[in-house]
Design a binder for this molecule. Structure first.
Ligand SMILES: NC(=O)c1ccc[n+]([C@@H]2O[C@H](COP(=O)([O-])OP(=O)(O)OC[C@H]3O[C@@H](n4cnc5c(N)ncnc54)[C@H](O)[C@@H]3O)[C@@H](O)[C@H]2O)c1
Length: 340
């Protein structure tokens, strides 16, 4: 399978390494790479010395014959590149958020339906074992009914990024579409669409939302999710959740080891083993699969779907769009809350 990588900065470099690791098990090869910045495209090309190198992703799509492409550019460029790829019959893996407005959501869905390509969105939390464990616990009912779920995703101020794109709400969608979407998408994945939302927010001095706290209404339980781009670039990234079931509480702290604990009503505490032996392996190319985390699992799932001719239902374009639509409602509510 011939793969193109468009954008090999922060996230794209991880995708590129994951494909290299997967190429030891599957018939995949990155044959084309594009990035605006020489340092990133040169670094990415070290893994694929035969690949054709481009500056702009649109030129790559015009010139190359590919089976699939990874779109890991700043979020405001996702739709144009994804549509151009789909029009050429190329399957697409698009990083989250898949789009930043309703018009682009519609264009993506319409183009996919018309071209018949496969499209997956990088809603990677759906592939994290810590979150899969929670969903399995909820669906099995083994700890009784879920009474509440409190989620949090804290990040330092995002001062990296091509031409500082994170700092413009029109380009990143603010903390709401960029960071909060991870938890909101997982909530939708586990519990379906919320019956209602209540939103509180803060903003940077330029008016861009940098903190959102949403309460989602579900029958019989409530869910809250908070995401923060802090004022300081020093605060370490820390995702967490606490799920309160009738018979146990499950806690996850991304910076702790073990990260997940199950606190049973009888006082017992379980520390489940989450990573499989295989995930600890080192490839012959020197890439440590564990360091790729669930991005490796996510991309392996996408390629497996392509090989089998299946829709990547676990993180489909339709699901990615539904999460963007919820985020657009929350972003509007966040600005309304700030205006008072
Ligand atoms: N799934 C996750 O956990 C996760 C984490 C971080 C970022 N992301 C997403 O990944 C995407 C990229 O984020 P990032 O942190 O890597 O940003 P980044 O700014 O570090 O990298 C983006 C790269 O795209 C390149 N680029 C810009 N325009 C281009 C074009 N026309 N053609 C080719 N390359 C182009 C830039 O040169 C840059 O190197 C965003 O949508 C972001 O939301 C997802």
């Amino acid at each position: 399978m011939k793969v193109g990588m468009i954008g090999v900065g922060g996230m794209g470099a991880t995708h590129n390494s994951a494909v290299k690791a997967l190429s030891e098990k599957m018939d995949v090869e990155v044959t084309a790479i594009a990035d605006m910045l020489p340092k990133y495209r040169e670094e990415a090309a070290k893994l694929w010395p035969q690949a054709h190198i481009y500056t702009d992703g649109f030129a790559l799509l015009r010139e190359e014959v590919l089976d699939c492409v990874h779109i890991c550019v700043p979020s405001y460029l996702h739709t144009e590149l994804a549509v151009a790829a789909m029009e050429k019959g190329i399957h697409v893996l698009i990083e989250k958020p898949v789009a930043l407005n309703e018009e682009d959501c519609r264009r993506l869905l319409e183009t996919k339906a018309r071209t018949g390509v496969r499209a997956m969105v990088g809603q990677v939390v759906r592939f994290f074992p810590e979150y899969e464990l929670l969903k399995t616990a909820y669906e099995s009912g083994k700890y009784g009914r879920l009474k509440s779920l409190v989620m949090q995703r804290l990040s330092q101020d995002v001062l990296w990024g091509y031409e500082n794109w994170f700092q413009e709400e029109g380009k990143s969608g603010s903390v709401v579409l960029d960071l909060h979407i991870h938890d909101a998408d997982f909530v939708r994945y586990m519990l379906g669409e919320p019956q209602g939302i209540q939103v509180q927010a803060t903003a940077y001095e330029n008016g861009m939302i940098n903190q959102i706290l949403t309460i989602y209404d579900y029958p019989g339980c409530f869910v809250s999710a908070e995401a923060v781009w802090d004022v300081t670039p020093a605060l370490p990234f820390q995702p967490s959740y606490r799920a309160y079931f009738e018979d146990a509480t499950i806690t996850f702290h991304g910076r702790e080891n073990p990260s997940v604990k199950i606190w049973k009503k009888d006082g017992a505490v379980e520390e489940p083993q989450l990573r499989q032996e295989e995930a600890l392996a080192q490839c012959s190319s020197g890439i440590n699969i564990q360091s790729l985390g669930s991005y490796y699992t996510e991309i392996a799932y996408f390629y497996d779907c392509l090989a089998k001719g299946l829709e990547p239902e676990k993180a489909s374009l339709e699901e990615g769009v539904a999460s963007v639509r919820l985020m657009l409602r929350e972003l509007e509510a966040a600005h309304r809350a700030l205006r008072g």
